[in-house]
Design a protein around this ligand. Structure first.
Ligand code: PLP
Length: 509
């Protein structure tokens, strides 16, 4: 490789020439203003971009220098390269027709919050290291608690993801069961039976991962079968717990999901709470996606019983319009979380502190913590709870409309109820309806839907994802992006039907 030519000094900032200190303030101001313009242009023009970049795996890394530059480069060129190399080659989560997975759209005020967070660079590990970060987190957690209609006994904290929140909850459940695993670990303990956690077959993989990470092992998670609406079956849960107790296992926790990942189904949380009480188990509720709906008092039906949970997770970075990352873990048992994670070496003690304070690192596996409350505080104030409710309602209405369109089309079939804003359906041309239960036809329908999803996504006009339900390939349209308008919904439905019509369907064998 030839040595890159050095940039002439007149093109560099003062700090780059002197080789000392940070970017100088005037250069920072100018570059940051230019960056805001780039951000605003990106968001303004996002609708015109293909949702999925039309790139092949491995094609991007070669566009970048293979070694870090020895010499400084002008910020203007770096930002130009950002526009040229990064923007066109990301999957556009901010796009109004991003309907895949669960939407995770970042709002303007949330983005502003991220900018300020980066400037402060406050590490919210101790009260001392970020007094406002700590106390604002307490305030914002309580704003959410009240907004979601949960009782005063709930406290909590912010983490990066629902996966981390659930891991913390299950670590607390492990302590609450009297294992003292935080101090003694679990391997080769003769005084602690093998532990068991119960969740439905539809529960998110993060629960299983938490069991892996916590040393319980994946086999500790008992997957309880679901009913015809993908909800955990209480009879099967009761039987599994009884059989496990008889076999010498120690049940420690139940995980109920309100809004499962595949279909957004809702487990019978109130009944699970009763079992948890009777059996002395920790109840964790995973409402990572659907929790936002509980901001609307009239729509709290599916959440009945979650106020009895020991812990609840919901993700502001999913349907609350916060930029990634932000997960909210609420719990009625903060001291147990602390038992699970508190470790205070000398260098973290604050020697001159008046009065007790909250040091959030004592409740989490990691020490360093981002100041996530700032963006949430800005965002909640900007929209107001009213504004949040209004936007969530509009997504629910869009999903109901989309479900109606699917139901009204003889060539399509809805594959699950739509309790929130995600519609699960498949293409099942009327010509194949009569034979759909025969294995050959069933496979053909699966294959058609795989091709259909691929065709939709290749157009770049929308991005949808899939799941499997009862072994069948199902397409999901998840609505939850602030920028999605009725016209986007109309156009994606048209796109789906056009692409389906263009598929060649082999006649029944
Ligand atoms: N729980 C549910 C129900 C989810 O749908 C998801 C992700 O979509 C998660 C947990 C994991 O979320 P995270 O990516 O924040 O760990």
């Amino acid at each position: 490789m030839t040595e890159p030519t050095r940039v002439p000094p007149e093109k560099l900032d003062e700090a780059q020439i002197s080789g000392a200190g940070d970017m100088d303030p005037a250069s920072f101001r100018a570059a940051a203003h230019a960056t805001v313009d780039i951000m605003a242009d990106y968001l303004e023009g996002i609708r015109e971009r293909p949702v999925l970049p039309q790139v092949e795996p491995g094609s991007l890394a070669p566009l970048f220098a293979s070694v870090a530059p020895e010499a400084p480069e002008p910020i203007g060129e770096i930002l130009a390269d950002y526009r040229r190399l990064i923007e066109p080659n990301v999957t556009h989560w901010q796009h109004p027709r991003f309907f895949a997975y669960f939407s995770s759209a970042a709002s303007g005020p949330g983005i502003i919050g991220e900018m300020l967070t980066a400037a402060l660079n406050a590490n919210v590990m101790l009260w001392r290291t970020s007094p406002a970060g700590t106390e604002l987190e307490q305030v914002v957690v309580d704003w959410f608690r009240q907004g979601l209609g949960l009782p005063e006994g709930f406290d909590g904290l912010l983490t990066d993801t629902a996966s981390m929140s659930s891991l913390i909850a299950l670590a607390a459940a492990r302590e609450a069961a009297g294992t003292d695993a935080a101090a003694q670990g679990l391997p080769a303990r003769t005084d602690v039976p093998k532990l068991r956690v119960y969740a439905s077959a539809e529960a998110h993989s993060s629960i299983e991962k938490a069991c892996m990470t916590l040393g319980l092992g994946r086999s500790a998670l008992v997957r309880i079968p679901t009913d015809d609406q993908f909800r955990l079956r209480i009879d099967a849960l009761e039987r599994a717990i009884a059989e496990d107790r008889a076999a010498g296992y120690l049940p420690i926790a139940l995980v109920g999901t309100v809004g499962t990942t595949s279909t957004t189904s809702v487990d019978p949380v109130a009944e699970m709470a009763e079992i948890a009480r009777r059996e002395g188990l920790w109840l964790h509720v995973d409402a990572a996606y659907a929790g936002a709906v509980a901001l609307i008092p009239e729509r709290r039906g599916p959440f009945a019983g979650w106020e009895l949970a020991d812990s609840i997770v919901t993700n502001p970075h999913k349907w609350f319009f916060a930029p990634v990352d932000a997960s909210l873990l609420l719990t009625r048992r903060m001291p147990v979380l602390r038992n699970a994670f508190s470790l205070v070496p000398e260098y973290l003690r604050t020697l001159d502190q008046a009065g007790p304070v909250r040091d959030y690192n004592e409740y989490t596996p990691q020490l360093g913590r981002r100041f996530r409350a700032l963006k949430l505080w800005i965002m909640l104030r900007y929209f107001g709870l009213e504004g949040m409710r209004h936007r969530i309602e509009s997504h629910l209405a869009m999903a109901a409309r989309f479900a109606d369109w699917v139901d009204g089309d003889p060539d399509f079939e809805r594959m699950a109820p739509t309790p929130f804003s995600t519609v699960c359906f498949r293409y099942r041309p009327a010509s194949l309806a009569a034979t759909q239960d025969e294995p050959a036809a069933s496979e053909r329908i699966d294959e058609l839907n795989t091709r259909l999803m691929d065709a939709i996504n290749k157009t770049g006009k929308a991005f949808v994802s899939h799941t499997r339900l009862h072994g069948r390939m199902v397409i999901r349209v998840a609505i939850g992006n602030l920028r999605t308008q009725d016209a986007d919904l109309v156009s994606v439905w048209q796109l789906i039907r056009d692409e389906a019509a263009a598929l060649t369907v082999a006649p029944p064998a």
